[in-house]
Design a protein around this ligand. Structure first.
Ligand code: AMP
Length: 489
């Protein structure tokens, strides 16, 4: 397929407001892609590339741009092959060679294609919001029901894998991890009740998400990002092995308890996780049967039949705001982070924050994306210090800046971020180093105020860093709507 075709469809999709019209444009393009191209087409249309990292900065890309646009003869395969080559280059002399390859690629592209490539490689095209539409487009192109494609995507981890394979090969199976279901933020229990109706309220434990797969005495544990972390969590393995289930997939959180049986804060948890114990709050699969499509109330009942109460977070089911608030207060008093509220009828939406799970926290915290950082002065000379923070803007696929912070950083964190941010640098302007919007950072703040300076009209007060969330992608960051709701606007 000609790269030009993809670039033009991408442009038309961006210029079309109707969902159905976008789906049609994308489906028509997907139909034209050959079996070995479809993965690349879906990736580029979503603003990503198949290679995890090509390791070229903004300046290199700027230099690679050619002044004379070529005629449209570049194939998408050419683009992918060049990026593959570049991503494999490392070591001495690789920077020059990368530059040479990129310049060659750009010189074979039209002006419009160059512009697309540039934005693709700087991460500017990245559009999480497009995922739902892509699912429907692929379903339409293949003449399949959209919900089956969606389910396969949850199990496969991403849509490109589904596009390459056969739908029936994506079934839930022990030792094949699936993306965990995610939560949205609710300001308080009342908001959660208004969204869900009667709900299950559970202690929100502050540890790390675990997905435990078990077959007889064999146990594997996967992280939120689907890495196998079995070796790091021996106590979780031991506790899971003795559960009376032949084959099961359980969803939960591993936490560390102090001698007084109080939860240890996350930062310290990271150090002592080997002794972390599991708490299970969901069951996704049992003895040959998928439970993903069962309502949460049924899954919770099955879970309770197989996992002792001492290994489940405390929970109540209620429609009463006062009762929910009392339970929230009890959770905070017990040293927990807050509550999770879950819709009783909801199915398990792997990999999605579909709106059936809400977190209600005590502290004002947001997961924001680092957009840039400023060089520090004085003691912080030579360090990237003041972070520019943005919330996700699903409507436009970008990020809205909400403020800056240089607070809450240890020396270790400063060193780490100085190095890491320069790796994803796009360009500089004075003391500001702009970066690709890839890192998610959890920020505490004391409130929000109206601001004429920032594009969203809102600014964080007394923002400070809690920790980087390397388990989250920019698509998982909080949205500007959530922030507006917190502000009551
Ligand atoms: P957050 O990471 O702040 O978006 O909050 C969601 C996370 O809370 C989940 O990914 C789990 O790791 C964690 N969590 C703790 N307790 C629960 C619970 N009872 N139900 C679901 N998730 C929980």
């Amino acid at each position: 397929m000609l790269f030009q075709l993809l670039v033009q469809v991408s442009k038309r999709v961006a210029g079309t407001s109707g969902r159905l019209a976008k789906i049609k444009l994308l489906a028509d393009l997907l139909k034209q892609a050959s079996a070995d191209e479809i993965e690349i087409v879906i990736a580029y249309l979503s603003g990503t590339i198949r290679q995890a990292k090509v390791g070229v900065g903004w300046a290199t890309l700027q230099k690679a741009k050619s002044h004379v646009g070529a005629s449209a003869s570049l194939q998408i395969r050419d683009v992918d092959e060049t990026l593959e080559k570049i991503s494999r280059m490392s070591g001495k002399g690789s920077a020059g060679e990368k530059q040479r390859q990129l310049s060659d690629l750009f010189s074979r592209a039209t002006a419009e294609e160059q512009d697309f490539l540039f934005r693709l490689l700087t991460g500017e095209l990245r559009q999480g919001a497009l995922e739902g539409i892509m699912v429907e487009a692929l379903a339409k192109a293949r003449d399949l029901p959209a919900n089956e494609v969606r389910r396969a995507m949850m199990l496969a981890g991403d849509l490109t894998a589904v596009a390459k394979g056969d739908l029936s090969s994506f079934t839930i199976q022990v030792f094949r991890p699936l993306k965990p279901m995610l939560a949205k933020t609710a300001t308080d229990v009342e908001e959660a009740l208004a969204e869900l109706g009667p709900a299950s309220f559970e202690y929100k434990l502050d540890g790390i998400r675990i997905q435990v797969h078990k077959k007889a005495s064999e146990v594997r544990i996967y992280s939120r990002t689907l890495n196998d972390i079995t070796a790091e969590l021996p106590t979780v393995v031991d506790n899971s092995r003795i559960l009376e289930m032949t084959e099961a997939i359980l969803d939960g959180e591993a936490i560390v308890l102090s001698a007084e049986k109080r939860p240890v804060r996350f930062q310290e948890t990271m150090k002592g996780l080997g002794g972390g114990i599991p708490f299970f709050f969901d069951i996704l699969y049992l003895d040959g049967t998928s439970l993903l499509d069962q309502p949460y109330s049924t899954r919770a009942k099955i879970l309770a039949e197989h996992v002792p109460e001492s290994q489940r977070p405390r929970r109540i089911v209620t429609a009463d705001a006062k009762q929910a608030q009392d339970f929230f207060d009890a959770a905070i008093a017990a040293g927990q982070e807050g509550l999770m509220a879950k819709g009783l009828e909801s199915t398990y939406e792997a990999g999605r924050r579909g709106g059936a799970w809400f977190k209600v926290k005590q502290a004002n915290t947001l997961d924001l994306v680092v957009l840039a950082a400023e060089w520090g002065h004085g003691r912080r000379h030579g360090k990237l210090s003041n972070l520019h923070l943005g919330a996700r803007d699903p409507a436009n696929g970008g990020f809205v800046m909400l403020g800056k912070t240089f607070k809450g950083m240890t020396d270790e964190l400063l060193d780490w971020q100085t190095k890491r941010l320069q790796e994803i640098e796009t360009h500089r302007d004075g003391i500001v180093v702009y970066v690709r919007p890839e890192l998610v950072v959890e920020i505490a703040f004391n409130g929000l105020q109206d601001s004429p300076h920032y594009p969203g009209g809102l600014a964080l007060r007394f923002a400070r860093v809690i920790r980087y969330r390397d388990d989250k992608k920019p698509e998982d960051a909080d949205t500007i709507e959530t922030v507006r709701k917190l502000h009551g606007t």
